[in-house]
Design a protein around this ligand. Structure first.
Ligand SMILES: Nc1ncnc2c1ncn2[C@@H]1O[C@H](COP(=O)(O)OP(=O)(O)OP(=O)(O)O)[C@@H](O)[C@H]1O
Ligand SMILES: [Mg+2]
Length: 314
């Protein structure tokens, strides 16, 4: 039977979604769907195409074949800020915060996606503008409280511990009041306690706020605890889908992801975690600090990776 307009609309639907960079099909004929209210994980080895799929969904890239629908409408060729306004927000694999701004200001920026006062109001600080600013600040304080960062409201973002910076990014994403939040490796670099707290936070995002969650994560404990359904990518292709139990027992997944390279993956993660714990106890800069510095340095709102933008512009 062919699909008709009476079929239930998925919140996200990828139909043969493909993007090729030269000869490399980073995302290759992917069919998947996510329904409202689900927590879905996208997993796979390094370079499998997970972040690239997020970039297709959030408008940073346009599929070279196939399409991705959000809420029944194609996102192909739609600008990232328009997609954000339709209800998708995200966090980044490499944290992107405005490092010279406070936590509160970082969240207020997220909220500005939904403001009404234009440049006139801002320039002349009209009463309507000031009322809106006060509301934005109150909302931002509420989001900081939701993610457990109230005590850091007036701290400069770059001074926050690493795990707190990741939660701050989530607060900023929530401030746009999305229908769907896409989290790209939110547990990366976190210690066990932080990732357990993150688990709780993600459940609350879905259960208390009713926001659908799409999660990329290498930490299998986080994935298996949280996700109701899992999609597995390998070399751009979907190689498996199912419940956590089905995925753990799937031979193709074990081969591609947990099999051959498993020892190396486990060792890498343990080293990263040990480094993160040492850093946390010293109160020093997070892992990837230099990469973060580049991203944090910007004084404009950059919601797309600089390299992605360059490639898009090229
Ligand atoms: N703009 C681009 N131009 C060329 N190749 C790209 C581009 N973006 C991604 N790729 C390539 O596409 C493939 C998938 O990359 P992607 O970042 O999506 O992987 P990933 O699954 O997120 O991996 P990781 O777990 O390491 O983050 C990689 O081979 C990457 O080098
Ligand atoms: Mg990635």
């Amino acid at each position: 039977m062919s699909e008709t307009s009476t079929a239930t609309t998925h919140l996200v639907e990828a139909k043969s979604a493909t993007i090729a960079f030269g000869g490399l099909r980073a995302v290759d004929s992917v069919d998947l769907h996510i329904d409202a209210g689900e927590i879905v994980a996208l997993i796979g080895p390094n370079g499998a195409g997970k972040t690239t799929f997020f970039n297709l969904l959030t408008g940073i890239y346009t599929p070279t074949e196939g399409e991705v629908l959000f809420d029944g409408r194609s996102v192909s060729g739609v600008k990232p800020h328009v997609i954000a306004a339709r209800g998708i927000s995200r966090t980044f694999q490499n944290i992107r915060l405005f490092k010279a701004m406070t936590s509160l200001e970082n969240v207020m920026i997220g909220r500005h996606v939904r403001t009404k006062s234009g440049p006139f109001g801002a320039t002349f600080r009209t009463p309507a503008f000031r009322r809106e600013e006060a509301q934005i600040q109150a909302d931002a304080e509420r989001w900081l409280e939701f993610v457990g960062l109230s005590q850091f409201a007036n701290e400069i973002a770059s001074s926050l511990p690493y795990g707190a910076q990741r939660r701050l990014e989530i607060a900023r994403a929530l401030a746009t009041e999305p229908k769907l939040i896409c989290l790209d490796e939110p547990a990366a670099g976190m210690n066990n306690k932080e990732s357990a707290e993150l688990n709780q936070l993600i459940f609350r995002i879905r259960d208390e706020l009713g926001i659908t969650v799409l999660l990329i994560e290498h930490d299998m404990k986080v994935v298996m605890n949280l996700a109701e359904r899992i999609y597995v990518l390998d070399f751009g292709k979907l190689i498996a889908q199912g419940t956590p139990g089905e995925i753990q027992a799937n031979p193709a997944v074990i081969e591609a992801y947990l099999g051959k390279g498993a020892d190396a993956i486990v060792r890498e993660r343990a080293e990263a975690q040990a480094a993160a714990e040492t850093d946390a106890s010293r109160g020093s800069t997070p892992p990837n600090a230099s990469a973060n510095d580049d991203l944090l340095e910007s004084d404009g709102i950059i919601m797309t990776p600089p390299n992605a933008q360059a490639k898009e512009d090229a």
